[in-house]
Design a protein around this ligand. Structure first.
Ligand SMILES: Nc1ncnc2c1ncn2[C@@H]1O[C@H](COP(=O)(O)OP(=O)(O)O[C@H]2O[C@H](CO)[C@@H](O)[C@H](O)[C@H]2O)[C@@H](O)[C@H]1O
Length: 490
């Protein structure tokens, strides 16, 4: 099969979070299974170009219809750690992608509407006729809409799989996007059966367009698919998902063990496996050196993730002080994406705790350093308010770092409580809690820290359970191939 991914991210070159990991990891898995995969991305000026090999111009003067005229683009080609990627660079006064960050601008809807149109125009002009186009999140929700409404005659019967990583951001925008993309007909597209938002008048919902017009829609775990359809995790899209439930399902993400693997990881000083797990402690020492933490007999608890309300920031704050009270050490690695003020709060905390030898806050985004944090920590907290899948605990487990998570979304399918899970003992791999208050977090964190101090052999058993769990792309890759086959033959 020939699959084209149209995506706003691909790790590690263009990554803001887990979506980028999925686009890279799933593409790699599909290639291992013998399928041809190409990825189309915006050419962000803030991309990490050291991860793009042989970047070269592939198509000059791609004219993308836009409002009443056209915008000329250069399309570049390069390999991101083996993946074949095309990067679209528009030349216009809007400077859509020549900016510092990937997202978080007032004209994001327009930027990515342009990207969708340009991706299809590129496929059209270069004769690419994939069996399946796989799109991701609201940024690419317009791809199936444009494909069906404007390109189906010329591009033929392309099938679309659409994956939602985060229902919170749906790409709400005004009808000017219709004029820009030449879709026109506001009365047609603003209909609630198409792109009209159910809760805001005269507003387009680009993610809803992706759901309505795609042949199959996934989110990143079964449990989250249920939460989104029946609970409030769909952030207003529940009704649409219910209407389209025949083509909607959950597929738990995988982790790319080619990248996240303590046996081969180039970013950690001591490599190890479940068989020589004591070498993990060399990484703990290295992490302490790196963050100037004192070397005592104490558990090291970490948080790695975006600083966003989604992640339960009040509980992260609480976990930090609870850990210090319990005689542990705490490392936080996070950055906000939009200017939401959370960075300011943690910057203040960082200044306040500056001289504390048991605590370090790293308010940056550093892919390589995240590897060392996973390898060096004993425990990792993920107290998210909602979490569609949750790659961070899955990655941490591969490094024998025991997760303490709120049982929500995908984490209910991956982390099983040591004391309460109904699973056999060998499958229990962490600690979970349910509510969103401090006491709930304490109930899990205290048990975890207690086990570390009082029963080291049992703690080690839990670490090896976590390491042995298989959350690779093999299973999910197989699922996606089945979905692609299903929509191809429908
Ligand atoms: N400061 C920092 N420095 C370095 N690396 C950092 C970092 N902060 C985060 N990361 C990295 O970003 C990724 C985060 O992935 P997650 O799945 O945990 O969450 P995210 O909310 O971004 O993804 C959304 O999409 C993914 C993929 O579908 C879902 O798993 C998830 O539930 C959903 O919210 C990991 O690779 C992590 O290591």
């Amino acid at each position: 099969m020939f699959v084209v991914m149209v995506a706003p991210e691909c790790a590690p070159a263009a990554k803001a979070g887990g979506l980028g990991d999925v686009v890279f990891g799933l593409s790699r898995e599909l290639e291992i299974r013998g399928h041809a995969v190409e990825i189309i991305l915006p050419k962000y000026s803030g991309m990490r170009y050291e991860h793009v090999w042989d970047l070269q111009r592939s198509y000059e003067d791609l004219r993308v219809p836009w409002y009443g005229g056209a915008v000329s683009c250069t399309v570049w080609f390069g390999h991101v750690h083996g993946r074949k990627c095309f990067f679209i660079e528009p030349h216009s006064g809007d400077n859509f992608f020549g900016r510092e960050r990937l997202y978080g601008y007032d004209d994001d809807a327009m930027r990515f509407a342009f990207f969708c149109k340009a991706a299809l125009e590129f496929m059209l002009k270069t004769g690419k006729r994939p069996d399946v186009v796989h799109c991701h999140d609201w940024h690419t929700g317009l791809v199936p809409v444009l494909l069906y409404e404007q390109y189906s005659h010329e591009l033929g019967n392309q099938r679309v799989c659409y994956t939602i990583h985060n229902f919170r951001h749906q790409g709400l925008t005004g009808p000017e996007v219709l004029a820009a993309t030449q879709l026109g007909r506001p009365e047609h597209f603003l209909d609630p059966d198409r792109l009209g938002d159910d809760h805001h008048c005269h507003t387009l919902n680009l993610m809803k367009g992706g759901v309505v017009y795609s042949n199959f829609v996934t989110t990143v775990s079964d449990n989250h698919a249920d939460e989104a359809r029946h609970g409030d995790s769909g952030f207003g899209l529940g009704h649409t998902l219910w209407k389209h439930q025949g083509k909607f399902g959950g597929v738990l993400n995988g982790v790319d063990y080619g990248v996240w693997n303590p046996e081969t990881d180039p970013y950690i000083p001591a490599r190890y496996s479940a068989w020589d797990i004591e070498r993990k402690y060399e990484n703990k020492e290295a992490l302490r050196d790196r963050f100037l933490l004192r070397k005592t007999w104490s558990p090291l608890v970490a948080y790695v993730g975006r600083l966003d309300e989604q992640k339960g920031m009040h509980l992260v704050h609480h976990a930090l002080f609870r850990t210090l009270d319990a005689g542990g050490q705490f490392v936080l690695m996070g950055q906000e994406q939009k200017h939401n003020g959370i960075n300011g709060h943690f910057q203040h905390l960082k200044d306040h705790l500056n001289d504390n030898p048991d605590c370090h806050l790293e308010l940056t985004y550093q892919e390589e350093l995240a590897h060392l944090v996973f390898a060096g920590a004993d425990l990792l907290v993920v107290p998210s308010l909602f979490e569609p899948c949750g790659l961070v605990p899955m990655m941490a487990m591969r490094y024998g770092t025991v997760p303490v998570v709120r049982a929500t979304g995908g984490m209910r399918e991956t982390v099983f409580d040591r004391d309460h899970a109904p699973h056999e003992f060998e499958r229990r791999n962490g600690y979970t809690f349910h509510q969103t208050d401090n006491q709930a977090l304490d109930s899990a964190l205290q048990r975890a820290i207690g086990l570390w101090f009082d029963h080291p052999a049992d703690f080690r058993f839990l670490m090896t359970n976590a390491m042995r769990a298989d959350y690779s792309w093999a299973g999910p890759g197989h699922h996606y191939v089945n979905i692609y086959e299903h929509i191809r033959h429908k």
